[in-house]
Design a protein around this ligand. Structure first.
Ligand code: LMR
Length: 337
């Protein structure tokens, strides 16, 4: 009797799940219409993320034409990164790849990626992301309805400014745009600068009108959004990483027919590999393009200068250690070896 009761409970739970999936699926899953995947992002098309998104769209067309259709919306056309995750939970967009700094409202664990000077290069970032700890972090937002499908690289961040920044004191009192991350706020406060959380779409105008003095970003973002045209100095600090979590809503993902879901995931994995190669090339090529433009001076730090930045910024790790977990920080740090 008891077993029967349990069985009933389980079957009704499945029925409820199936019902909610069916309700959620709505017209997008109707037999003859293709399933539409709207992929919204904030960067230009000639960036690692922009190219990965377009590649994904093309590959899905080749492999699942008529069944799945990908629509890509670059340059914050559809949603800015500060809105896209809410929109995803409402079913208005199905795929995005916000930077890891933009998940703070959903999980504290991903803050690890914002700790300054944690990774010495992108190879260390890759090692950590592919480790068991790194892969586990892709599930950090699952209980909030968002599933991480993979990491995508952009690269290491540089500091751009209206005046040369060689040592931490040079940044004191200056206003820097940051992504919406408390770790990044603490990183700039550590050098007595003033951090301002602003959407990516506003950065160029803020710099051009001198409402802010500087910002931190990767070579491909500084190049593709023309920040170098309005920032005469870029310090090659490599002080942090700007990578992405490719994310979808749990409801959408689990509502997909299994065969389609598997094919979409395999295609996405390939598109991510392609995007990572683009990231690697662009980190070098866009840096060189900026130098060649003559619009911005690239400042290379001496070892002694760099150590000063490390010394002032590294105490930020302690501040966030409890939220992130000391073991996880150790694991990430050890990926440098
Ligand atoms: C930023 O806001 O600076 C970046 O997250 C933009 C991006 O998506 O690369």
């Amino acid at each position: 009797m008891r077993r029967k009761g349990m069985f009933r409970k389980v079957t009704s739970a499945f029925a409820a799940l199936a019902f909610s999936a069916a309700v959620f699926a709505g017209p997008a899953f109707a037999a003859d219409d293709p399933i539409v995947i709207k992929f919204s992002h904030v960067v230009a098309e000639n960036t690692p993320k922009g190219q990965m998104a377009n590649k994904f769209k093309d590959m899905i067309k080749e492999r699942l034409d008529g069944k799945v259709k990908v629509e890509v919306f670059p340059n914050s056309q559809l949603f800015g990164d500060n809105k896209v995750l809410e929109a995803m939970l409402l079913g208005d967009v199905q795929l995005a790849a916000p930077s890891l700094s933009k998940f703070e409202r959903y999980t504290k664990s991903l803050q690890i990626y914002d700790l300054p000077f944690l990774f010495k290069d992108m190879a260390a970032v890759e090692r950590f992301q592919q480790s068991a700890d790194g892969q586990k972090l892709l599930h950090a937002t699952s209980d909030r309805g968002l599933i991480g499908l993979g990491y995508l690289h952009n690269g290491l961040k540089q500091l751009s400014a209206s005046e040369p920044l060689r040592v931490p004191q040079d940044a004191a009192g200056k206003k820097f745009r940051i992504m919406s991350s408390d770790v990044l706020a603490a990183q700039f406060q550590a050098v007595d600068a003033v951090p301002l959380k602003k959407p990516f779409s506003e950065v160029f105008t803020l710099l051009q009108t001198k409402a802010i003095d500087g910002q931190e970003n990767t070579w491909s973002n500084i190049y593709s959004k023309k920040f170098f045209e309005v920032q005469p100095y870029i310090t090659e600090s490599n002080h942090g990483v700007l990578d992405y979590m490719v994310v979808t809503s749990k409801e959408f993902w689990l509502g997909l027919p299994v065969d389609i879901r598997n094919e979409v995931k395999a295609t996405l994995d390939e598109a991510i590999k392609f995007g990572n190669d683009v990231a690697d090339q662009k980190a070098k090529a866009d840096r060189q393009r900026i130098i060649d433009s003559g619009r911005s001076e690239v400042i290379e730090l001496t070892d002694a200068e760099r150590s000063q930045w490390v010394e002032v910024m590294k105490p930020v790790w302690k501040e966030f250690e409890e939220d992130i977990g000391p073991d996880l920080i150790d694991a990430a740090y050890n990926s440098n070896m």
